[in-house]
Design a protein around this ligand. Structure first.
Ligand code: GTP
Length: 186
């Protein structure tokens, strides 16, 4: 069923996965998020060229003790992955390769679209991760990179655009598959 697509959102605790997905699905900035336990579900239906696609977003716990085996189940049926880090936390950026590794360990196929998102860009004077370093890492994996803020109201359209990009990618995937091809990024 191509009208429903599952997107898993992963990354260290506190990078803003809940706030980003809430911004996209709920339209506002969630003021006091609690640490996610296991997986939280959000969804939003988009119209792409007159066709609707329901994005089911799986916001996962960043804290190891809250992940347990719950997250593993979702890796099996995922259609796209969003790796989130916090631009004010170098350690969250340095964890990205580990999250990518975890994805591979759970057999997420190479053709599943993946993107990298640096969040909290509104905290300009606390930035620890330069765009150039992030772009370099993203390029090495051939993932698109986006930098944004779940908090800044002016970034709302940009957050939408990030998910929209992924939705279009999933749609083109569908067309490629129907034509009998694979279809990764590029
Ligand atoms: N300044 C700023 N703060 C943010 C932004 N996004 C999230 N936060 C704050 O960062 C903290 C963590 O946000 P969450 O969305 O709960 O982070 P998470 O990645 O879901 O954390 P886990 O559930 O533990 O994995 C909260 O205090 C948010 O208010 C942002 O874009 N800018």
């Amino acid at each position: 069923d191509y009208s429903q697509r599952g997107i898993i959102v992963i990354g260290d605790s506190n990078v803003g996965k809940t706030c980003l997905t809430y911004r996209f699905c709920g339209g506002t900035f969630l003021k006091n998020p609690e640490a996610t336990i296991g997986v939280d579900f959000r969804e939003r239906t988009l119209e792409l060229d007159g066709e609707s696609i329901k994005l089911q977003i799986w916001d996962t716990a960043g804290q190891e003790r809250f992940r347990k085996s719950m997250v593993e189940h979702y890796y099996r049926s995922v259609h796209a992955v969003i790796f989130v880090y916090d631009v004010t936390s170098l350690s969250s950026f340095e964890s990205v390769p580990e999250w990518i590794e975890e994805c591979s360990r759970h057999c997420v196929g190479p053709l599943v679209p993946r993107i990298m998102v640096g969040n909290k860009c509104d905290l300009r004077d606390r930035r620890e991760v330069p765009t150039t370093a992030a772009q370099c890492l993203a390029d090495s994996y051939n993932f698109p990179l986006f930098e944004t803020s779940a908090k800044e109201p002016g970034e709302k359209e940009h957050v939408d655009a990030i998910f929209l990009t992924l939705a279009y990618r999933l749609k083109s995937h569908k067309q490629l598959r129907m034509n009998g091809n694979g279809g990764g990024w590029g």
